[in-house]
Design a protein around this ligand. Structure first.
Ligand SMILES: NC(=O)c1ccc[n+]([C@@H]2O[C@H](COP(=O)([O-])OP(=O)(O)OC[C@H]3O[C@@H](n4cnc5c(N)ncnc54)[C@H](OP(=O)(O)O)[C@@H]3O)[C@@H](O)[C@H]2O)c1
Length: 334
């Protein structure tokens, strides 16, 4: 089985972190502990938050305001870790300052905003990628290798779920329409992107959903269809912790990807000829793999990752737009 390259073998790069929130902290830890990159600056809307974050993660420079961060000449690449509603504006800010950008998932609110960001990146000649970290994980590389080797034959069905139980809080970004909350953009993007990764762009999208009191999607079940035989059955919810497993079934066998399928994990291959084997992944966190991908592509002078191209992200956004249209979720100003 081919091994994923060690993130420490990626060239050094100097990161600036835009938004001192929850995932930004996890990213900072992953970069510091598992790569040769430097965290040179953090930008926050609030001085105390910037300083607390900088102290916690050993970052030498703090900026109050995102413009100051993106204009910092020490910064090579900006990690946008703000709510979905802000991704377009913050990615454009960084691109216009000539910086490479890694934008948290979901990439933007909708495909139109995503196109604007990629058009700006094309014009500026900078690297941009959606931070869909699952694509860069060792078990996902192994899954592709197994499937391409024909171990389970042709894929007939892929199923994946991502639900987490969140207490209802209208002030939380997860429930706020103005911050582009809802299950789909936060959690459902993982099963949707996973299906796109293994099956490509669907010919048809079917979705059924229920909304929260705030009018964002609380729960959605999705069926994607591909040609005559292949389908993906996906689900997402803000109301229950689901197993977060993925199953890929083919004409010659199936693969059971243990929860959480979107994070480093193991899988079990069960062939119709009776052979069974497992891929065991030591439990680690995984944001360092996407960070290493950015460093490698930037050093190579590339503007996209071949594992997650701009077209790949646009296709995922298009699927999610169609799901939201069917479920009846629109964000203010869309
Ligand atoms: N990869 C993963 O595993 C993972 C996990 C969780 C979330 N995410 C993604 O990461 C992004 C951020 O999620 P999070 O959980 O880190 O959120 P969070 O803890 O709320 O942090 C978001 C940060 O964005 C900044 N911000 C800028 N404008 C804002 C606004 N209008 N309202 C609220 N905050 C604003 C704030 O930073 P300052 O106040 O410091 O400026 C805030 O701390 C989302 O895209 C989410 O889907 C990814």
């Amino acid at each position: 089985m081919a091994r994923t390259e060690d993130p420490r073998s990626a060239p050094p790069i100097r990161w600036g972190i835009l938004g001192a929130g929850n995932i930004a902290g996890a990213f900072a830890d992953a970069v510091t502990q598992h790569t040769r990159a430097q965290l040179v600056a953090v930008g926050s809307r609030h001085r105390d938050r910037a300083e607390r974050f900088a102290t916690a993660h050993g970052i030498p420079t703090t900026h109050v305001g995102y413009r100051q961060l993106v204009e910092d000449p020490q910064v090579d690449a900006v990690y946008v870790a703000t709510p979905h509603s802000e991704h377009r504006e913050h990615a454009l800010l960084a691109i216009k300052a000539g910086k490479h950008v890694l934008v948290e998932k979901a990439f933007t609110r909708n495909v139109g905003e995503a196109r604007e960001v990629f058009d700006a990146a094309r014009e500026a000649g900078v690297f941009v990628m959606e931070a869909m970290w699952t694509r860069f994980l060792p078990h996902v590389a192994a899954l592709h290798q197994v499937i391409e080797a024909g171990e389970i034959g042709d894929i007939v069905n892929l199923s994946a779920d991502h639900g987490q139980a969140f207490a209802y809080d209208p002030a939380s970004r997860l429930f706020a329409p103005e911050l582009a909350g809802g299950a789909l953009l936060d959690l459902g993007v993982y099963p949707v992107s996973f299906a796109h990764d293994f099956l490509g762009v669907p010919d048809a999208v079917h979705a059924v959903g229920s909304l929260t009191q705030t009018g964002v999607d609380g729960q959605i079940s999705i069926v994607l269809s591909y040609g005559e035989r292949a389908q993906a059955t996906l689900s997402t919810t803000l109301w229950a912790k689901t197993p977060t497993v993925a199953l890929i079934s083919g004409t010659e066998g199936n693969i059971q990807v243990a929860g959480s399928f979107y994070a480093p994990t193991s899988f079990r291959v069960q062939r119709t000829d009776g052979r069974v084997w497992t891929f065991d992944q030591p439990g680690t966190k995984g944001l360092q793999f996407e960070a290493a991908e950015v460093a490698r592509r930037v050093a190579a002078g590339e503007t996209q990752s071949p594992r997650l191209t701009w077209d790949d992200t646009l296709a995922v956004m298009e699927t999610m737009d169609e799901v939201r249209r069917q479920v009846g979720v629109a964000y203010p100003g869309e």
